[in-house]
Ligand binder design. Structure first.
Ligand code: NAP
Length: 235
């Protein structure tokens, strides 16, 4: 298991469950979140585990990412780009796809958070990843980003996850010569604010499965899109 890990979007949902689980074995976890002062569950965990540091981190804000990178001391073995937003499941008739400036701004925010966010997180933390002998980057994507789908909804979210899968492949090529492995993961359908109450997996189940996948992340798997159960997914 990687020893020094940074997770974005760590104050709730899958991110928080990953911090809980990985803190049991990792040397140090940097848990990034937008509002550290109001991240109560995460702060409580950090008070009881001296290997967890909470850092302010907004993946759409260059200054925030720069400050977060400064806050990290030493190397990182694993960067988990988990932060994400959904903005609804509607089709063309949904208000989120209406021809309004509000809808367009919300669409742009999904793309900025889910596509550009992981890329700029990698930019911010690459100097730390370069200090590890076996660094990896895990991008939490979604099977909804696969081009092999026949659904007719969630335009912003689907396109954002397809976009970040493309970023993952490009990163895997650019970072191959440095031996930094990059993969994208579907965490399952998980009972979080995003996944809703009817989802199949608890956050603990998803985190457990993802942790196993992260352990297997190496240069043989770089560039791949991987399901939480370890099976391969089509980009
Ligand atoms: N739940 C599912 O069924 C499911 C399925 C497939 C993929 N996923 C993916 O799994 C990841 C985690 O999802 P989740 O279900 O845990 O979602 P969630 O419960 O809605 O949590 C999302 C997290 O992302 C953070 N975040 C949003 N925008 C951010 C930004 N600009 N900078 C930093 N953090 C930001 C949120 O912080 P705030 O509290 O500040 O908003 C929150 O911590 C996402 O990438 C999601 O797309 C989830």
């Amino acid at each position: 298991m990687p020893n020094r890990i940074l997770i974005t979007g760590a104050n709730r949902g899958v991110g928080l469950a990953l911090v809980h689980l990985l803190a049991k074995t990792a040397e140090h976890i940097y848990a990034g979140c937008r509002q550290p002062d109001s991240a109560e569950a995460l702060q409580q965990l950090a008070r009881s585990a001296d290997n967890v540091s909470v850092i302010g981190l907004d993946v759409t804000d260059a200054e925030s990412l720069t400050q977060a990178s400064i806050a990290v001391e030493g190397g990182l073995d694993l960067l988990v780009c988990n932060a994400g937003v959904l903005n609804g499941y509607s089709g063309l008739r949904g208000s989120e796809n209406a021809l309004t400036s509000q809808a367009m701004a919300a669409f742009a925010d999904v793309l900025a958070t889910n596509i550009a966010g992981p890329l700029f997180s990698v930019q911010a933390f690459l100097p730390h990843l370069r200090r590890s002998d076996s660094a990896g980057i895990a991008i939490i994507s979604s099977h909804m980003g696969s081009q092999q789908h026949d659904a007719a909804n969630a335009y912003a979210y689907r396109s954002s996850k397809a976009g970040v899968n493309n970023i993952m492949v490009t990163l895997s090529h650019e970072l191959a010569e440095e031996g930094i492995a990059v993969a994208a993961y579907h965490p399952g359908w998980v009972r979080t604010d995003m996944g809703g109450a009817n989802a199949h997996l608890s956050v603990e189940q998803s985190a457990e499965a993802l942790a196993q996948r992260f352990e297997q992340l190496n240069m043989a798997r770089t560039g791949q899109f991987i399901n939480y159960d370890g099976s391969g997914l089509q980009l």
